[in-house]
Design a protein around this ligand. Structure first.
Ligand code: GCO
Ligand code: MG
Length: 405
């Protein structure tokens, strides 16, 4: 079997996605997700110009060798663009292998370690009361774990809240240039503990809670927040501080027992090696799209498992249904799976382009037994949804200093 043709497909069924379709000389094809939110065309060009020509004629069954060829062989290793491009190839090759073997990908990884995949939903709102009403709705839908984000009074919005938009799909549509949002650490730190205190007062401890700081605190501020949140028993505090300097998390760890999660912007195991081996985190959130595919993330999971670190893959809507399906296969296998971020299966537009093998019920994702990844991409419908340049927001402190969004 040989790779005969590869298509790089960019479409915007509600938001931008970069999809790779690897087609073999026997007609079997595989799909991969290469979306990097706000930098989509860089990955498309990387694939088109530098990856596709090297793969034509190769044996698609050589997943590991092709991965090494694209990673080591490029000399310029790592980085979000390179690793998303490699990830898309890797996912597509696992998809092909599964289809040829007539087995779902999770069977090729080692089979099921659990019945279903526990998810966490997002509750957000303009006020604590509205955020908690939202939490109540998600509890009714069966969620066992929920992330709480609330507009910070005096800041008019913050990460994870929707402002005037109705849903996440809308967040990308009308942004010719990056919008700017204000940030104040002191306003945030004075407010967030109250959100969790009221959540526990209203709903008790029978629901697990999560919060995403989105990397806006210094390590000592994260430690302070962790201590303030300890009474409310979070499942984890996500992206408290950046970890370019991995010892940041030792600082946080020395001061608080709040479990820590990080990793959605990580591209390789090297971004997390000390965090894991020093046991300064509890959940690793690398996604299959942004960290080079199923092949390396499986290795990361095995390494993390040695240090009691669980996997909690990034599941934002800017990862395509192909990534969500690949992660479902991974999650159902991974011995050290923790929880999957999940905000629903998207709009009618999205579902008219992508089909997937997943089913949500009572807070859990179930996976059917279609061979390969079980996904498909409707190329014809996709032509109705043209790429739309779009950016993530940037954040500034109240005096105008640029900060981490
Ligand atoms: C999350 C993330 C996302 C990111 C987004 C960037 O925890 O889901 O922080 O919301 O901000 O994926 O493109
Ligand atoms: Mg996050």
């Amino acid at each position: 079997m040989k790779i005969a043709e590869i298509k790089v497909l960019v479409s915007s069924p509600g938001r931008n996605f970069v999809t790779l379709k690897v087609i073999t000389d026997e007609g079997v094809y595989g799909l991969g997700d290469a979306t990097v939110n706000g930098r989509e065309m860089a990955v498309a060009a990387y694939l088109e110009e530098h990856v596709v020509p090297c793969l034509i004629g190769r044996d698609p069954h050589q997943i590991e060798d092709i991965w090494q060829y694209l990673y080591k062989g490029a000399y310029w290793r790592k980085g979000p663009i390179t690793m998303a491009a490699i990830a898309a190839v890797d996912m597509a090759l696992w998809d092909i292998k599964g289809k040829v073997a007539d087995l779902p990908v999770y069977q090729l990884l080692g089979g099921k370690s659990r019945k279903h995949i526990t998810t966490y939903g997002h509750a957000n709102g303009e006020t604590i009361e509205k955020t908690l009403d939202h939490l109540g709705n998600l509890i009714e839908k069966g969620f066992k774990v929920v992330r709480l984000q609330c507009v910070i009074p005096g800041l008019g919005g913050t990460y994870g809240t929707l402002g005037k938009k109705k849903n996440y799909e809308e967040l990308q549509s009308d942004r010719p240039l990056p919008p700017e949002q204000p940030w104040s650490t002191s306003k945030y730190l004075n407010f967030i503990p109250d959100l969790f205190r009221q959540a526990r007062e209203r709903f008790g401890y029978n629901i697990q809670l999560v919060h995403d700081v989105h990397s806006r605190l210094t390590p000592i501020e994260s430690a302070q927040l962790g201590k303030l949140l300890e009474p409310y028993n979070l499942m984890f505090l996500e992206d408290a501080s950046i970890a370019d300097n991995q010892s940041n998390y030792q600082t946080i760890r020395q001061h608080t027992t709040v479990p820590l999660a990080i990793g959605e912007t990580f591209n390789t195991i090297w971004d997390a090696k000390e965090l894991i081996s020093n046991q300064s985190i509890d959940y690793l959130r690398t996604s299959i799209t942004h960290a080079g595919g199923i092949t390396p993330v499986k290795k990361m999971a095995n390494f993390a498992d040695l240090y009691n670190v669980k996997m909690a893959p990034h599941g934002a809507p800017d990862l395509s249904p192909i990534c969500h399906a690949a992660q479902a296969h991974f999650n159902i296998w991974a011995p050290n799976f923790g929880v999957q971020e999940f905000i629903g299966f998207g709009s009618d537009k999205l579902n008219s382009v992508f089909t997937h093998p997943l089913h949500f019920e009572n807070g859990f994702i179930y996976l059917n037994d279609k061979p390969g990844l079980g996904v498909d991409y409707n190329e014809e419908t996709a032509t109705n949804y043209k790429y739309n340049r779009s950016y993530l927001p940037v954040t500034r402190l109240e005096d105008g200093t640029l900060w981490y969004w």
